[in-house]
Design a protein around this ligand. Structure first.
Ligand code: BGC
Length: 376
């Protein structure tokens, strides 16, 4: 009953939230805000709270994403309610439901399981609350308004091409041993990334220039639930024990995320890699996390993908603001991200491959990571 009342109140006061209707100056009310901004005179934003749901604090990038979005929204005069769910799907679903009940003006969600939010999005829609999928596509719903992400297939292509170049596969006359680590099966990004990488690597696997000694090449065999580094470490340890005794060595590890790569590095270290006799293989990653950049500088991990979360969060802020002002938000892709029900209008940022040679230019000079943090 309370929810119904709130929904009615919201649809009356938030008529302008989507679809180019008139701009509302009425605050939704009822939103309790932990991070409320003190100074704003903008009647479009004043009193409006934006709910931001991030998957976990266990990965550095999501902390940056959340903090940057809070700052960007506050600068525009919005209040924010930022919450993390420590990778528990049910927690995120109930956080979203609570924010809808509280009457936030918009929801920005980086989901944990892309298929878990169909009901949540329907409730948001009923309450006239726009939903923006952040970084990860929300699937199986018509009630998601925009998708802000990186070109996820290109992330995979860049990783694949890095391995191709580093091993000089085009010209190589010998074969190399490689093992493959994909991301979480419930994250659309993990699939797109793997597809992008395999477009580059599969021809070499087929021609046996790349040999996957474990035989594990299907997404279902190489994926890592919730992008969990401990699972990747464990799988790598098992692969090493079962397939790399008797002098056979790993030449490359395709890894989809820095957190996985750190686990993989530990598994390799435990059997002697990183020594004069057994140099580190080429090890890829994603996110350019500080711990990983340190590892790259030390020569353990080889490469990562830099996805500038400052750009992503700024784009999300712009999108929220446009939507709440009844304007059409900026998009640059209206065909790729079919979520099973509709193609979600998307804005995609461009990832950059980073290794020892360009990390200073891309990460330090751009201010993404402080040099001092690499020496801590
Ligand atoms: C993101 C990656 C991140 C991974 C694990 C993916 O959805 O796109 O940037 O590395 O999740 O958190």
């Amino acid at each position: 009953m309370k929810k119904k009342l709130m929904a009615m109140l919201l649809s009356m006061t938030l008529l302008g939230s989507l679809g180019g209707c008139g701009v509302t100056t009425t605050a939704p009310g009822g939103a309790d805000d932990k991070n409320s901004s003190s100074a704003t005179s903008d009647s479009n934003t004043s009193g409006k709270t934006i709910g931001i749901l991030m998957p976990t604090k266990s990965s550095e990038r999501w902390i940056k994403d959340g903090d940057d979005m809070v700052k960007g929204l506050k600068d525009l005069g919005y209040k924010t309610d930022l919450q993390y769910a420590e990778d528990v799907v049910e927690t995120q679903v109930s956080q979203a439901e609570n924010l809808i009940t509280k009457g936030v003006s918009a929801l920005v969600i980086a989901n944990i399981d892309g298929e878990s939010l169909t009901d949540v999005c329907a409730k948001a829609k009923a309450a006239n609350i726009p939903v923006i999928a952040y970084d990860r596509l929300i699937k199986n719903t018509a009630d998601v308004d925009y998708y802000i992400s990186f070109d996820n297939k290109l992330v995979g292509t860049q990783i694949g091409q890095y391995i191709e170049k580093k091993l000089d596969l085009k010209n190589a006359t010998k074969s190399f041993n490689i093992e493959l680590f994909a991301g979480s099966p419930d994250d659309n990004n993990a699939h797109m990334l793997y597809d992008g990488a395999m477009e580059v690597l599969k021809p070499y696997i087929d021609s046996k220039k790349l040999v996957v000694a474990s035989g594990q090449t299907k997404f279902d065999e190489v994926c890592t639930l919730r992008w969990d580094g401990a699972l990747a470490q464990n799988r790598m340890e098992n692969i090493l024990t079962a397939n790399y005794s008797k002098g056979k060595k790993v030449d490359a590890v395709f890894s989809s995320y820095d957190g996985l790569s750190r686990g993989i590095v530990e598994a390799l270290r435990s059997v002697g890699y990183g020594s004069a006799d057994l140099p580190w293989p080429v090890i890829t990653g994603q996110d350019a996390e500080t711990a990983t950049v340190k590892s790259i500088v030390k020569g353990e991990q080889t490469q990562t993908i830099f996805k500038d979360t400052r750009k992503l969060s700024a784009q999300a802020v712009k999108t929220v603001d446009a939507v709440l002002k009844g304007q059409k938000a900026e998009v640059n892709d209206e065909k790729t991200y079919n979520n099973g029900v509709k193609v979600v209008p998307s804005y995609l940022c461009t990832p950059v491959s980073v290794d020892k040679d360009n990390y200073k230019k891309e990460l330090i000079d751009s201010g993404y990571i402080k040099e001092a943090d690499l020496n801590k």
